[in-house]
Design a protein around this ligand. Structure first.
Ligand SMILES: [Zn+2]
Ligand SMILES: [Zn+2]
Length: 182
């Protein structure tokens, strides 16, 4: 499997979508090291040697391959994890299974989008009313300026929200005087 890595690279120049890139050897080493550091002591991926193959830069997900052909999609947390299932990782029998699954998720738009603070899954319309980063909605919310009276919908600026840890919304209030109830 390791010997065929170069072949794989040629076969899948962009294996799963525009945010994914196939890793060069230096980036692979870095992400293999990161995985070893982050896996909890009793994580299921321990006991096998994993080689990093591709990286989704937007979601910080990495596709790893084992010598026996098993593939694992891992969401790195950049912490030294202590709980058994962290970092979260999905196992696939083969690389092709993993690539199909990722491609399906991208196509159906079912890639989870998490709040970085409370971990609500915004793509499932979850949010925590007390969370500053959720800011009163998931991916869409009523106008926050006039408290929804104008009927406008605001859309979350996902990357800005995730990067800053505060809610960022795109939209404009339709009310002439947003602070006076109609
Ligand atoms: Zn939140
Ligand atoms: Zn409004």
């Amino acid at each position: 499997m390791f010997g065929s890595r170069r072949k794989l690279r040629r076969k899948h120049p962009h294996p799963v979508g525009p945010d994914w890139c196939i890793l060069g050897w230096l980036a692979s080493l870095r992400l293999e090291h990161a995985l070893r550091r982050q896996m909890a002591p009793d994580h299921w991926m321990r006991g096998k040697s994993w080689s990093a193959f591709a990286h989704d830069t937007k979601q910080d997900a990495v596709l790893y391959l084992a010598a026996d052909g098993e593939a694992a999609l891992v969401h790195l947390t950049w912490m030294r994890e202590r709980t058994k299932d962290c970092p979260s990782a999905t196992s696939f029998k083969t690389l092709d299974d993993a690539l199909h699954d990722i491609a399906d998720a991208i196509e159906s738009g079912s890639n989870p989008i998490y709040c970085p603070v409370c971990k609500s899954d915004w793509s499932l319309d979850e949010f925590d009313p007390g969370c500053f980063c959720c800011g009163g909605g998931a991916l869409v919310r009523d106008c926050p300026v006039c408290d929804g009276r104008c009927g406008a919908e605001f859309r979350r600026a996902i990357l800005d929200s995730q990067d800053s840890g505060e809610a960022h919304w795109n939209g404009s209030c339709l009310s002439k005087d947003p602070f006076v109830p109609n």
